[in-house]
Design a protein around this ligand. Structure first.
Ligand code: ATP
Length: 366
């Protein structure tokens, strides 16, 4: 059993705090993803788990063991790096066997583990090759294989797919997801790519500036973001944000921009009551903006007239760009949308999916 627990963990480089008061429990056999923009402290946190970076204060447990001062080799952890870090002069077999030889595992056992891992990863036919004779995707498999043969309690992966081209990345994403179901070990995965996080993680830790913004399942992050940062980071294209004023007219709430006026749904009334007369931020996802006739006719008071800036046909859908109150807004609409560049177009916000944020704190209003 190997869950992980961070208790008030802080990491400083000199006086510079790069991980602030980190508290987190990772469950045994969980696939947990750290996601956030460059420099937010993901890699540093992963390296603290591996023992490659000292913890400045706080406690880190792997299973029941406090590991603050346990050296990397005694942590029963395997790490897969972005660079693969394969030994160029060794064959694939030797690369995978090397770590086990250092640990004085008997030859027969090594042979079995290497061959089993090669089978899982479909690289049995490559065992005699050197890394330079492999494609990027094959090298990545070997790097994974080297970790698998160790049979670690915890797998750590630092942007393992970022050196692969877009198509291979999608393939390997699915491979790693398959692998984790076969291996049944705890995995901690670092990426700056929200799609990878959403598609692979049981839970996701969204980080910014060395602080946890939210820890949740992919769908909860998507549907119930705690603040504007999480709302904007998760989902592609990003959530649209509009600065609006909340007013009450004849007993009904309205969010007002200079070009539009839209009613929040009655269920939001209680949460929004204290913001009447104030500025708030309206958040609406591109997929919650529609332009098909059926939706427009059924929701007349949710419609807005806009002038279209750009239409991007994606095959199965269109991205329609327009400007509202000086903000760029993107709508994801159907492939048969009639939107035309520079022409007026009627769209409707699905206000049942709108989110509202405090304009000062950027926290969600709920
Ligand atoms: P990226 O996706 O770019 O790798 P990250 O989220 O993984 O970013 P970290 O690499 O953990 O971020 O870096 C967090 C912060 O710590 C950054 O500001 C970085 O400059 C700083 N940092 C990392 N390693 C060191 C070091 N050895 N000495 C000083 N500062 C460091």
């Amino acid at each position: 059993m190997a869950g992980l627990v961070f208790k008030n963990v802080v990491k400083k480089f000199d006086k510079n705090v790069v991980v602030h008061d980190f508290n987190l429990e990772i469950k045994d056999k969980e696939f947990l993803v750290f996601v956030g923009p460059s420099g937010c402290g993901k890699t540093t946190t992963l390296r603290m788990i591996a023992g490659l970076e000292e913890i400045s204060s706080g406690e880190l447990y792997i299973g029941d063991q406090l590991v603050n001062h346990v050296p990397p080799k005694d942590r029963d952890i395997a790490m897969v790096f972005q660079s693969y870090a394969l030994y160029p002069h060794m064959t694939v077999y030797q690369n995978m066997a090397f770590g086990l030889e250092l640990r004085k595992i008997p030859k027969g056992e090594i042979d079995k583990r290497v061959k089993d891992a090669a089978k899982i990863l479909d690289i049995e036919h490559l065992l005699d090759r050197k890394p330079k004779a492999l494609s990027g995707g094959q090298r990545q498999r070997v790097a994974l294989g080297r970790a698998i043969v160790r049979e670690p309690k915890v797998f750590l992966m630092d942007e393992p797919l970022s050196n692969l081209d877009a198509k291979l990345r999608v393939q390997m994403r699915a491979e790693i997801s398959k692998l984790r179901h076969r291996l049944q070990t705890t995995m901690v995965y670092v990426t700056h790519d929200q799609t990878e996080a959403m598609t692979m993680g049981d839970r996701i830790v969204v980080m910014k500036d060395g602080r946890i913004q939210q820890v949740d399942t992919p769908m909860n992050l998507y549907n119930h973001p705690r603040n504007m940062f999480v709302a904007g980071f998760i989902g592609s294209p990003s959530m649209n944000f509009l600065r609006v004023r909340l007013v009450e007219e004849e007993g009904q709430l309205k969010v007002i921009g200079s070009d539009f006026s839209l009613p929040p749904i009655p269920e939001r009334r209680e949460a929004l009551a204290q913001y009447i007369g104030k500025e708030i931020i309206l958040g609406i996802r591109p997929e919650a903006i529609h332009d098909d006739v059926a939706f427009l006719e059924a929701h007349l008071d949710w419609t807005v007239n806009v002038k279209v800036d750009v239409v991007e046909p994606m095959g199965s859908e269109n991205y329609v760009y327009f400007t509202l109150d000086g903000e760029n807004v993107i709508a994801r609409v159907g492939a048969n949308s009639t939107a035309k560049v520079l022409q007026q177009h009627k769209i409707a916000f699905d206000m049942s999916l709108a989110r509202y944020f405090d304009a000062e704190t950027q926290e969600v209003i709920h």
